[in-house]
Design a protein around this ligand. Structure first.
Ligand code: C2E
Ligand code: CA
Ligand code: CA
Length: 927
């Protein structure tokens, strides 16, 4: 047990209160015992006195004799006639007391009230007495006189003071009219304390406890126990100063027993004096009372007679039993209280939780061992101090917390900072609860502290892991969502907040070509550049990385599109500037999608989703730019989604078909191949070209399945025509990007070739730039090429592919995009580009086919520039298989029967024999 705890015990008002109440109850019982002893005395005496006024001197003699016997019991005894005149006194007969008609005890005795007890009276000797009276009746029961015994209260008072009570314990006995019967420590007897506001309440409650400041006394605060005696209307109050220890309170039970035993012994002695016939039992009872008064509470009298003495004997035994029970109760209560306190103290001291109790003025009155360990102050240092744990910045909060708890509230699980003796700040979890007096008022506040500094640190670590992107150190998606949610909730969501979603345009290429470590460096640098702008503009809030190459910047309090555009433009510009990483210069671009709360979305999910739609729009417009969200984008996205579902249905319903467009050799107009082109025979909208759906299809989950089906259908058709004697040197098939990166393509192609017995070089896979840029990832193309399958580079010239890309894949052909071809005859610049493309391809030993040839002039130009092949509406539109078959037959017939004829107008060019000069070439020569 720590000294600190003992100190707490000393000031444990709860215990003191309980004890004061207990003492008051005991004292009240003692008062009852005392009154009862006096009543016993009177009941014996009424039989001995005479109510005949003529017997006054006989009465005087008797009462004086009794009074002598009561030497240790400084009292007077009077006999009054029914008018209140004295007809017998234990005092000297020439000093007869005045008429008592108006005295309370007299009136009560005359009214046959029991008990008839008076207010304190100052008698001639200058001492205070209180009279206990009893009527003297004749044989008929008529009241003929009043006998009264008046114990001197000084004596009673001295007895209260007799036993060493703890300092400043205030004991008082007052009657219900407010007169002080006895009170320790002062000259109080006989005073009327009508001003004690608490008296009526206490009388009504009969017993209990409260607190008060005895202002008329010493203005000390006390906890009071009070109890009303039962035999007399006297209120006993024991007031213990709030800082008095339980253990210091004296046990005055023995005093009570002495008093009662003494009175009883005298009563029996008097009775013995008065009556000869009951000598023996009375003497016996007198001895029994002495034993009891000696402290042996288990003692009982053995007197058993059927007369008044027998009644007295049984009263005696009852009282002795009551005394014994009370003593037992005191012992048990004391033991239980001690035990409870021991247990509590052990629990408090072994707990790692710091327990601290504070007075209303916040000074510390309990300081557990846990608190010593946690905060570094010993008990001696801590007790009596105020607010020493609270860091300056937490004062106001701590004050409010204390007030709440003091106001009766229990507070749990509060996380705050507290200071150790060495100045270190601790994270603590705190609970605070009021501690009550028995009357329900709050007496102090208990605090329990749990040191969670380590846990907080671990949590902080976890929080960083959970909320920050490990690569860039920027907040991650989770934190972004949290912060954005917080911003959106502010002001009922009225303040505008903008969300900008960034996506790097060619990041995947960089990652693939330059390696992941460069890619990582690049992402870190991108984060830095975004933060750089954020720091330049105090407007800008949080930049975070969503994952991959997606970044988000939140612009709080910002809803003005011009202002947003300016900031985002600046960011895009910064991202467009070359990055130097590991001595390599990397060019990158980014696109941005912007959504503004509240109009573009009220919650985090919606806002980010809408910014994403705007980003999608920016990217599909070619990238390196920004777009604001517009509601129509949502409709488009919805349409894309439903299109995806429809395509799935279309595929299972066999609504897809392949059309074929011939590829013509410019030198002789011979059909040397065909390109398979996808069509969708839509049940309501008719035949749809790929422009309406191909992007969605390419990104959908069925892309590989549809791609496989296209390869097989094209091969099957090619084989069928071969079987009909209409051989095509090659069949061009377009690939979805996802196919080109998937090993399954190898199997799909090889199976198709085998199943339809086609040579590998009868198939030409057309790949677009985004595939050709990442040849490492499309090893499958290399493998197919090794098997003899041809590869063509589609839409050449539209993207960023440079010459070096052409050498990375084993290409058979480039297909010059129709956007150039369409202008070659009237745009010198495009003509120059096409010319150099052809030259470049030939230099690399790669064949060239021009797409979108619509006029003979274009065909002539191309032939003149040594372009070998052409494809376009000039020859034929993409045709359904049956029509293409007819076309092939027509070409062959034309070759057989119309050799040398000039084709006219827009009619398809006839199927020409090899080596025959094409009209285009001839015309080109002529030109
Ligand atoms: P592409 O591979 O460049 O296909 C050539 C496109 O040019 C075809 O459009 C064709 O109809 C069109 N065309 C041919 N000659 C002329 C002409 O003289 N003038 C004009 N203005 N256009 C001409 P189509 O069939 O609408 O296909 C569009 C794109 O859809 C294709 O461009 C290709 O990228 C994709 N695509 C078509 N079919 C398939 C397929 O089966 N698989 C894959 N992966 N993509 C396909
Ligand atoms: Ca193509
Ligand atoms: Ca093309």
């Amino acid at each position: 047990m720590t000294a600190a705890l003992w100190s707490q015990w000393k000031s444990d008002r709860a215990a003191a209160t309980e004890h004061a109440a207990h003492e008051a109850r005991i004292l009240a019982s003692e008062v009852d015992d005392h009154i009862s002893a006096l009543q016993n005395l009177l009941s014996v005496l009424v039989q001995a006195v005479s109510y005949d006024p003529a017997d006054r001197s006989a009465n005087d003699a008797l009462l004086r004799k009794v009074k002598r016997e009561l030497s240790g019991f400084d009292s007077h005894i009077f006999l009054l006639d029914t008018d209140g005149n004295n007809i017998g006194t234990s005092a000297s007969s020439d000093n007869r007391p005045p008429n008592a008609r108006d005295r309370t005890y007299f009136r009560e005795a005359m009214a046959d009230h029991l008990p008839a007890v008076g207010d304190p009276i100052l008698v001639r000797s200058g001492r205070w007495v209180v009279n206990v009276a009893r009527p003297v009746k004749d044989e008929t029961g008529k009241i003929r006189a009043v006998l009264t015994v008046g114990p001197v209260l000084d004596h009673f008072q001295d007895t209260l003071r007799l036993h060493g009570l703890p300092a400043n314990t205030a004991i008082s006995i007052i009657n219900t009219r407010g007169y002080v019967i006895a009170a320790n420590g002062g000259d109080w007897i006989g005073r009327r304390r009508a001003d004690w506001g608490q008296l009526p309440g206490r009388i009504a409650a009969k017993e209990g406890s409260d607190t008060s400041r005895w202002s008329h006394r010493d203005n000390l605060e006390r906890v009071n126990g009070f109890a009303l005696a039962r035999r007399v209307p006297w209120m006993v109050t024991v007031g213990v100063p709030t800082d008095i220890a339980y253990g210091a309170l004296a046990n005055r039970l023995k005093w009570g027993a002495l008093m009662c035993g003494g009175t009883l012994a005298i009563a029996f002695a008097i009775a013995w004096l008065l009556s000869g016939r009951i000598v023996r039992p009375l003497r016996r009872l007198g001895m029994d009372a002495a034993v009891l008064a000696g402290g042996d509470f288990s003692h009982r009298t053995t007197v058993r007679t059927r007369d008044e003495v027998g009644t007295l004997a049984s009263n005696f035994n009852q009282m002795a039993a009551a005394l014994e029970r009370r003593r037992q109760k005191v012992r048990t209560a004391r033991g239980e209280m001690r035990q409870a306190k021991d247990t509590l103290a052990t629990v408090i001291d072994t707990s790692h939780v710091a327990i601290v109790c504070c007075e209303p003025d916040q000074s510390i009155v309990l300081w557990s061992r846990g608190a010593e360990r946690m905060f570094g102050y010993g008990g001696g240092e801590a007790l009596g101090r105020q607010r020493m744990l609270v860091p300056p910045e937490g004062m106001a909060e701590a004050q409010a917390l204390f007030q709440r708890a003091y106001g009766g509230e229990t507070i749990r699980d509060l996380h705050v900072k507290r200071r150790r003796k060495d100045g270190a700040l601790l994270d603590v979890r705190l609970a605070a609860a009021p501690m009550h007096n028995p009357d329900g008022t709050v007496r102090s506040v208990a605090f329990a502290y749990e040191d969670i500094t380590d846990r907080k640190a671990a949590e902080e670590q976890l929080r960083r892991l959970a909320h920050y992107d490990q690569l860039t150190g920027l907040p991650n998606r989770a934190l972004l969502q949290h912060e954005l949610g917080r911003l959106l909730a502010k002001d009922g969501g009225k303040t505008p907040t903008s969300v900008v979603l960034f996506d790097l345009d060619e990041f995947k290429d960089v990652n693939d070509t330059l390696g992941h470590s460069t890619g990582d460096q690049l992402l870190i640098e991108v984060g830095r550049r975004l933060m750089g702008v954020a720091e330049e503009r105090s407007l800008v809030g949080l930049a975070s990385r969503l994952g991959g190459d997606e970044f988000v910047v939140i612009l709080p309090n910002c809803g003005d599109p011009r202002c947003i555009r300016e900031i985002v433009d600046l960011m895009l510009k910064r991202l467009n500037e070359p990055f130097v990483i590991n001595d390599q210069v990397v060019h990158l671009g980014a696109s941005a999608g912007i959504a503004i709360a509240p109009q573009d979305g009220a919650d985090v999910e919606e806002l980010i989703a809408n910014a994403d739609l705007a980003l999608y729009q920016a990217k599909s417009a070619g990238g390196r730019n920004l777009r604001f969200f517009m509601p129509v984008l949502r409709a488009q996205a919805q349409a894309r989604r439903s299109l995806g579902l429809e395509l799935r249905r279309a595929f299972t319903n066999n609504e897809f078909e392949i059309h074929f467009q011939p590829q013509i050799r410019l030198s002789d107009n011979a059909v040397v191949g065909a390109e398979a082109l996808l069509r969708w025979r839509h049940p309501q909208r008719g035949v749809l070209g790929p422009g309406a759906f191909i992007d969605t299809l390419a990104e959908s989950a069925i892309a590989s399945g549809v791609g496989r089906w296209i390869i097989r259908t094209a091969c099957e058709q090619s084989a069928a025509w071969r079987g009909m004697g209409l051989p095509l040197a090659r069949m061009g098939v377009n690939l979805f990007p996802s196919q080109a990166y998937n090993e399954a393509l190898y199997q799909d192609v090889m199976e198709a070739l085998r199943d339809f017995a086609l040579p590998a070089d009868a198939l030409e896979l057309e790949i677009t730039e985004n595939i050709a840029l990442n040849p490492e990832d499309s090893a499958v193309l290399q493998r197919l090429h090794d098997k003899g399958v041809k590869l063509a580079f589609d839409d050449f010239g539209t993207g960023y592919a440079s010459l070096s890309h052409l050498t990375r894949l084993p290409l058979s052909r480039i297909k010059i995009d129709r956007s150039f071809v369409g202008k070659i005859t009237h745009d010198a610049h495009d003509a120059a580009i096409v010319r150099s493309l052809i030259a470049m391809a030939h230099n690399l030993d790669i064949g060239v086919i021009a797409e979108g040839v619509e006029t003979r002039q274009q065909a002539d130009f191309l032939l003149n520039e040594n372009c070998e092949e052409a494809q376009g509406f000039l020859y034929a539109k993409p045709l359904p298989a049956a029509k293409f078959e007819t076309y092939l037959r027509t070409q062959r017939l034309a070759l057989q029967f119309a050799d040398g004829l000039e084709p006219s107008g827009d009619d398809p060019v006839p199927f020409e024999r090899r080596g025959t000069k094409s009209p285009g070439r001839r015309r080109a020569r002529r030109a």
